[in-house]
Write a protein that binds this ligand. Structure first.
Ligand code: ADP
Length: 247
């Protein structure tokens, strides 16, 4: 088994002549919550898009469990166990909470070439969807329209739908964005519980959340890795302080 469940080697992405991500080597340990932070424009989103193969790198490699997965396509990456949390769009908002998770489960079935067509199949999918909803604290709201959910609960639903894909590595893009303190606590607790059996890479702006949740942190600035380590060390690094102060 590879030491790092997810690794990037000299990952680089140029847009025209501009390097949005430059020689980024990232190492994510199995079972860790690893945060990717940095000021606006640092290259975090581009990095995420490269890792999940929404973007093709100009150069460099992405390794999942030690296997080179560069350029293999987002759905194949998902099949191999690395899934990015997706946002419930307006279309999905008109469906019930349960249907949203069931569709994610069905997508997994299609991805793994395992089709459920019988009634019994549907019952099983609904049962599994309810288990996931129970796990994220939404079982009571299963029959409600997703669009009726509060912001925090909608995020919990997105996480349930992501877990339906049975990822071993979960990528969370600003899981706390736009949330109040209570929702942050709920989602932080959920992320902690997920990390008991999975690896998490997250981009997050809220530094107190990062300090509280992360095992390790990589700081990006101007497309490059500025620092890597535990929060207590990284937050004292003068280069990091400088980058955040706009220096
Ligand atoms: P972050 O997520 O850290 O705020 P991004 O990855 O979104 O940073 O962007 C990094 C840099 O790359 C920014 O300067 C941004 O303007 C630039 N960039 C991102 N995507 C594109 C694109 N498709 N074309 C040109 N420049 C881009």
């Amino acid at each position: 088994m590879a030491d790092f469940v997810l690794e990037t080697r000299n990952l680089t992405k140029s847009f025209g002549g501009f390097k949005a991500v430059s020689d980024v080597s990232l190492q994510v340990k199995r079972g860790n919550i690893h945060a990717l932070i940095g000021p606006n424009g640092a290259g975090k989103t581009t990095c995420f898009n490269l890792i999940t193969n929404f973007l093709t790198p100009t150069s460099g490699q992405i390794l999942l469990d030690g296997r080179n997965v560069t350029g293999i396509g987002a759905s194949q990456i998902a099949r191999m166990g690395m899934v990015r949390s997706f946002q419930i769009s307006a279309t999905f908002g008109s469906m019930t909470v349960l249907e949203n998770v069931r569709i994610a489960l069905q997508r997994r079935e299609v991805n793994t070439f395992n089709f459920w067509s019988s009634e019994r199949g549907l019952d099983r999918l609904n049962g599994r969807a309810m288990e996931l909803l129970d796990w994220v604290g939404l079982a009571d709201l299963a029959q409600r329209s997703a669009s009726e959910l509060s912001y925090g609960r909608r995020r919990a639903l997105e996480i349930a739908a992501t877990l339906a894909q049975e990822p071993s590595v979960l990528l969370l893009d600003e899981p706390m964005a736009g949330m109040g303190r209570e929702d942050i606590r709920t989602i932080a607790d959920l992320i902690r519980r997920i990390s008991a059996s999975r690896t998490i890479l997250m981009v997050e702006h809220n530094l107190s959340v990062v300090a509280d949740l992360s095992d390790r942190i990589t700081v990006l600035a101007r497309g490059q890795v500025l620092a890597e380590g535990v929060y207590a060390e990284v937050s004292k690094n003068p280069d990091v302080i400088d980058a955040y102060m706009g220096g």
